[in-house]
Design a protein around this ligand. Sequence first.
Ligand code: DMJ
Length: 620
Amino acid sequence: MVFRKLPGVSASGMGLRLSQKFVFLLFLSGLVTLCFGALFFLPDSVRLKRIFLSKTDTQPHLKRAKDQEHLRGITSGKGETSTKLKSLSRKPSVSHEATEERLAGGKAQEDLTLFRSKAESASERATFSNHGASSDTFSYNKFKQCLLKAPLGREQGRPSDPRTAERRDKVKEMMKFAWDNYKRYAWGKNELRPLTRNGHIGNMFGGLKGATIIDSLDTLYIMGMTEEYNDAKEWVQTSLDLNSNGEASLFEVNIRYVGGLLSAYYLTGEELFKKKAMELGEKLLPAFNTPTGIPRGVINLGSGTSWSWGWASAGSSILAEFGTLHLEFVHLSELSSNAIYKEKVMNIRKLLSKIEKPHGLYPNFLSPVSGNWVQHHVSIGGLGDSFYEYLIKSYLMSDKTDEEAKKMYYSALEAIEANLVQKSPGGLTYMAEWRGGILDHKMGHLACFSGGMIGIGADDGVPEKRQHYLDLAAEITHTCHESYTPTKLGPEAFRFDGGAEATATRLSDRYYILRPEVIESYMYMWRLTHDPKYREWGWEAVEALEQHCRVDSGFSGIRDVYATTVGHDNMQQSFFLSETLKYLYLLFSDDDLLPLEDWVFNTEAHPLPIIRSVPPPLSQ
Ligand code: DMJ
C-alpha cells in the first residue's frame, strides 16, 4: 500500500499517527470481541443473549462427505424452518441446582408445580413457548422443567406396602448379583457367560464392547445403585471406544447403545452420555445411503459400508429393524439441533405410509433398492414386532402430535385384528403369523410385548374401541402368562394347533433366554389397571428365575422350559439387566417412578422423555 505524504506532516510523524490509529482500532476491536464473548457467559434468560446468539447450531463433526453436504444444506438455512425440530425449552432459566435437587431428590410433584406457579406468569409462559420453538441449542435444565413429575418419583418409587417393597428389594438384589458377576468375570465384554465365568463379545455390535454396561446404566441409576452406576459411568468415560471397525447390526446398536446412552443422559444430565450418543449416531448414518433411504441391516462402523443380512430374502431389509429407529433418531435430532436424524426416519415413515399393504398388513421384508415388499410374511413377533411398538410410541413421545404415526398404528392394529388375532379352542386369544394369507397358529415369546403395546395405546383409540383394546391387551397378556408353565418360564414360541394351547410342540422352541416381553406386558397392564394379578404373575417369574436361571455366578438362559432338571445356555443377556429386571422393578414400584406421562421406553426398555413443545397446564 502506498501512503501519500500529507502537507506539513513528516513521514515519520505520519507513521506515528498511523500506528496510534492502528493501536486504537486494535483496542476497539478487542473491546467488541470481549463484549460479544461475554454474551456466552450470560444466563440463557438474558435478552441480549437471545438476540445475538439465537442461532448457535451445534453441528457435529461428520466424517463422510455425503453427510457433510447434507448438513451444509440444513445449516445454511435451506428449509430451515421446516426441518428444525421444536426444542423442549419453554421456561427462562432458574437455578439449575434448585431444580436438580427437586428432581433428583425425588420430591413430590406438588413441589415442582408450586415451583412453576411461582416462577411463571402468563406472559413469561408465552415467551417460553416462543423461545422453545425457535431455540437451537438443547438445554438440559429446561428439559427437566418440562417434565410433569420428578423422574424418580417420591422416595424413588418405593411402595408403602411392605410385601411389595420386599419384592422390589429382591429384584434389586438380583440386579446386584447379575451386575457383580458381570463385573467380576466379564468386565468390558458384551455379556457374561455365567457357567464358564468369562466374557462374551459376539458379532452383533461391530466390535463395540461393554453392551451390558451401556444397557445397565439406567437400571442401576433408577435402582439407586450409586457405586455400580459410577463404575459404569467411569467405564464409558475411559473405555468406551466407538472407533471400531466391525460389522454391526444397525438395529441392535441403535436400541442398546444409542438408546442406553440417550436414556442415561436424560436421567442424569451427564454430558458424556450425550456426546457418546451423538458420536455413535453419526456413525450409523451411512446405513441410510441406499436408493430408497431404507437402511440395510448390517453396517461396518469404521468404513460405513452397509449390506443386508445373508439370511434375509433377496437382499431385503427387515421391518422390525428399519422400523425401530424412530424414537432414538428423533432424540438425536432433538439433542443436536441437527435435523438429519429425524429426516432419515421420516423418510422411512413416508415410504411405509405410501406403499400398498396387503390387507392393510406390513410384511416383514422390504427391498432397500426398489422399496417393494419382498415376500408376504407378517408377524407381530420376531421380524415385525417393534415396528408396531415404535408407531404408537412415536405418537406418545411426540406429546400426541405425530398424527401420522397414530393413524398408521391404529390402521395396522385394525388389520392385525382382522387377519391375525385368533381365539384358540380353549378360549385363549393369540396373534397368529400370516404367510401370504395362510395362518401359522404360532406365537413367539417376542410377540408377547403386544399386550403392553395395545394397553398403552388403548386410551387414544376411537372412544368406542378403548375398552375393547384394553380387553384385548389383557387377553393377550393372559395367554402369554398361560405359556409360562410348568417351570413358570415361557418357551421361545408356542402353538395353538394339533391340540396345543400355548405350548411349544417342537424341541427347538422350548428354550428361554431371559427374555423380558411377558414381564413387560405385566408391568404395563399393572400401571393401566392396578389389577393385583399382574404383580402376582411378576412374582411367579421372579421365583422361577431364581430357581431355574440363577447359577453360582450370574443368571443363565435355559434350554427347555418343560424339563424338570433344566440345562443352562451359559449366557446372561444384556437385555436381562436392561429390560427383564427393570420391568420387574417397575412392576413392584409406585407408578411415579418413571411415570408414563413423561417417558416412553424404547424397545430395549431405555426410557426416553416425551418431547413437549407446548407447556403443560399449570395446576392451581
Ligand atoms: C431385546 O433386545 C429387545 O426387546 C428387542 O426388541 C427384541 N429382543 C430383545 C429381548 O428379547
